[in-house]
Design a protein around this ligand. Structure first.
Ligand code: XMP
Ligand code: MG
Length: 183
């Protein structure tokens, strides 16, 4: 049984992802070099961004905190419900700190819109988004993403942390799932 056999095609290889994540880390390191004293917090949106943030954090050559949040916008299906709920909140205060949200994929944009609003109310010094993927979704909410890993087609994407029904997160590449798997 090979998980990769369920992919219709690969979008980004393990090597391409590593190179892109290194470039994102380098950009963040440059942009935040003079902000590290005030505190930098990387916030992982569980569970999809866990692998991405783990790799990204090690490419940022500055002291930082890592914190985790879980929100629900999807059930086990593939369509956004439009309802976003906090399932697990941050462990520490972000007041006065520079927040970078690490997200796996920007689809409708509803999740990030909600998160940015909710985190802004806690008075961080700044807040930016680093998303691994931005999907080519019609009517995507206008979300300001300072850092974007890759643009991807409006298909169901799995791998490198992204799941379908909790599977495929441990696939090393990013790919499009065969439609017959979820239909
Ligand atoms: P919205 O629509 O709020 O969605 O921008 C963001 C969240 O939805 C999940 N999502 C996906 N998960 N493959 C996945 O594994 C996909 O193609 C996909 N599209 C959206 C994801 O959890 C993201 O945080
Ligand atoms: Mg997610």
């Amino acid at each position: 049984m090979n998980l990769e056999d369920d992919l219709a095609y690969e979008l980004f290889s393990e090597m391409e992802i590593a190179e892109r994540v290194a470039a994102l880390g380098e950009a963040i390191t440059k942009d935040y070099a003079d902000k590290a004293d005030e505190g930098i917090v990387l916030i992982c949106v569980l569970r999809g961004a866990a692998i991405f943030m783990g790799d990204l954090a090690r490419q940022i050559k500055l002291p930082l905190e890592m914190d985790y949040m879980a929100v629900s916008s999807y059930g086990n299906g593939t369509k956004s419900s439009g309802v976003v709920r906090i399932l697990k909140d941050l462990s520490s205060s972000i007041e006065g700190k520079h927040v970078i949200i690490a997200e796996d994929i920007l689809d409708s944009g509803l999740t990030l819109k909600f998160l940015i609003k909710s985190l802004k109310a806690r008075k961080p010094a700044s807040i930016e988004v680093c998303t691994l993927l931005r999907k080519d979704t019609p009517n995507q909410a206008d979300v300001n993403c300072r850092y974007i890993g890759f643009e991807c087609p409006n298909e169901f994407i799995v791998g490198y942390g992204l799941d379908y029904a909790e599977r495929y997160r441990n696939v090393s590449c990013i790919g499009v799932l065969k439609p017959e798997i979820y239909s």
